[in-house]
Design a protein around this ligand. Structure first.
Ligand code: GDP
Ligand code: MG
Length: 162
């Protein structure tokens, strides 16, 4: 079975940028404002000898009333059907309450999750990424999806068992 990799995270962290890079299409709309990708989108990706399905989601942002209530249905569905979740965060804006809420959900679901700190271009990546260890999901992988930095490494780690 071809593994399914879901891109999950709050809006505007770079999920669609990564999706486009992995699938080499412009199918997933990339925008400067949050929430534009409303449905989950599927693409087929080939990278470093791995073939996989990648799923883009519209983003989860709902800490005010609890993640269970406000988490986008599509993102929830994407998590359920995924073999591997890439949980994207924004190294520039830092750790947020939404990130914490998403992490809590992923821990509860016991999904194989990799924390990605995206947008490390032009910043001190190591110090910016340190705080994401607090998510309690292990290693924090640095990425600049817009430039392709860290993308191949990430996929090689995430898909090694497949
Ligand atoms: P999504 O809402 O999570 O799908 O985020 P998008 O992929 O639409 O990206 C949101 C914004 O972040 C866009 O303006 C992207 O160009 C920008 N972005 C994405 N990846 C990177 C990156 O690696 N570095 C920087 N500096 N900006 C990025
Ligand atoms: Mg998007």
């Amino acid at each position: 079975m071809i593994p399914v990799v879901a891109l999950v995270g709050r809006p505007n962290v770079g999920k669609s940028t990564l999706f486009n890079r992995l699938t080499r299409t412009r199918d997933a709309l990339v925008a400067d404002y949050p929430g534009l990708t409303r449905d989950r989108k599927y693409g087929r990706a080939h990278l470093s000898g791995y073939e996989f399905i990648v799923v883009d989601t519209g983003g989860i942002d709902g800490t005010e009333e609890g993640i269970e209530v406000h988490m986008a249905e599509q993102s929830m569905a994407a998590i359920e059907e995924a073999d591997v979740v890439l949980f994207l965060t924004d190294a520039r804006s830092g750790l947020t309450a939404s990130d914490q809420a998403i992490a809590e959900h992923l821990r509860r679901r016991e999904k194989t999750t990799f924390v990605v700190a995206n947008k490390v271009d032009g910043i001190d990546a190591d110090s910016a990424c340190a705080e994401f260890w607090a998510l309690g999901l292990g290693e924090v992988y640095q990425m600049a999806a817009a430039q392709g930095r860290g993308v191949t490494n990430m996929i090689e780690y995430a898909l090694a068992p497949y």
